[in-house]
Design a protein around this ligand. Structure first.
Ligand code: ATP
Ligand code: MG
Length: 356
């Protein structure tokens, strides 16, 4: 049987925000219907973009009793660089960040991508379900190619969204708390799930992206805050490093502080950061500052960030004293992820009539 590939429609951010609001209602009334996959590449320490973009949502949902899988996407480090430097250090750093912000390994499964072969095997059938033009159109892949450290695009980078489909679907997750940059990937995952089910029978859910109130936090240079772009305020930074980074942040020449992300993205991003840390609205923070100028804004942001991160940093330092504990968490997580991946792959093989 031949099946043509139906086009994918990437959900715009506004539509995704509306859908996220609907999802929040469903989560409140019936958290048991959800299973979460979420995760990060071990390319450095986690930063405030992660925290407000997805981490605090992960903890909130975990605490509501939703089964949660947290993937440390180590193979995917190679999408935009030739060699994955300091990999095991960064894996430990991520695990520390997770523990410090409140991810509880008793309730959430933290695992490493490369340790779960059955998850990675899903990639073959999944790649058959997306077309090259669909992969080429993906705006996040395009953006990451621009920032890539490689002179040409590797097959791994190009097929990144299909890898993420395997990451999400191996545990049949139906909810993915992400930042805005991941929306096109979740959309391809939905397409792959739909096409797989159509061709081979119902195996996979069609997962939804869940955006937070800060789906795209900008870094100190005014572009997306990213581990790999040298523009991030990490959770683990010291108070002094934080002050230095924020002092160097890009602003504009206007003295009055306003919250207007469309016309003043850099200033607005700083206002938003202070507001998120203080648990207030950005408009309130901007109006308090009035015409105090960029230096006062930066002082407010620095104080708010340092105060907010202080307990997280203290917990992180405490966990960092026992590296053996981190290894044990990952071993247990990998064992659990393998059991789930093996069961899903067995179902996939049966659906595809590959049982011999
Ligand atoms: P890298 O630069 O190495 O790609 P990254 O900072 O983009 O690192 P990822 O590990 O690729 O981090 O992303 C992990 C998760 O954090 C994703 O769900 C992503 O959407 C979210 N995220 C990353 N950066 C931000 C940001 N600046 N604002 C909101 N969410 C973000
Ligand atoms: Mg990224």
């Amino acid at each position: 049987m031949t099946t043509t590939l139906q086009p994918t429609g990437v959900l715009g951010t506004t539509a995704a925000q509306l859908r996220s609001a609907e999802l929040e209602e469903l989560i409140t009334t019936d958290p048991g219907r959800f299973r979460i996959l979420t995760g990060d590449r071990p390319t450095g320490q986690l930063h405030l973009g992660h925290y407000f973009g997805t981490l605090h949502n992960r903890v909130r949902l975990q605490d509501l009793g939703i089964e949660t899988y947290v993937i440390i996407a180590d193979y995917q480090v190679l999408t935009d660089r030739d060699v994955a430097d300091h990999l095991s250090d960064y894996v430990e750093e991520l695990t520390l960040d997770y523990l410090a912000i409140g991810i509880d390994p008793e309730r959430s499964t933290i695992f490493t991508h490369s340790a779960v072969p059955a998850l990675n095997q899903l990639l073959l059938p999944f790649l058959s379900l997306v077309s090259v033009p669909e992969l080429e159109r993906n705006p996040t892949v395009k953006d990451e190619i621009v920032h890539s450290r490689q002179s040409s695009v590797s097959g791994l980078m190009f097929t990144y969204p299909a890898h993420q489909a395997a990451d999400i679907l191996f545990c049949k997750a139906n909810l993915v708390p992400v930042g805005q940059d991941q929306l096109p990937h979740v959309e391809i995952t939905r397409t792959i799930a739909r096409r797989f089910n159509h061709r081979y029978g119902d195996v996979f859910p069609r997962p939804d992206a869940l955006l937070s109130e800060a789906p795209l936090l900008l870094g100190t240079d005014g572009t997306k805050m990213s581990k790999s772009r040298g523009n991030a305020i990490t959770l683990a930074a010291t108070a002094d490093e934080t002050a230095r980074l924020i002092r160097g942040a890009k602003t504009d020449a206007e003295r009055s502080i306003t919250y207007d992300p469309a016309t003043r993205p850099e200033v607005s991003s700083l206002v938003l950061l202070a507001a998120l840390c203080q648990g207030r609205t950005p408009e309130q923070v901007a109006s308090d500052l009035g015409s105090a100028g960029a230096a006062a804004l930066k002082r407010t942001v620095t104080d708010s960030v340092n105060e907010f991160l202080s307990p997280i940093r203290a917990r992180r330092a405490e966990y960092a004293r026992d590296r053996g504990h981190l290894r044990r968490i990952l071993r247990a997580g990998n064992e659990q992820a393998n059991a789930v991946a093996n069961a899903t792959l067995a179902e996939v093989r049966t659906a595809m009539k590959c049982n011999y």
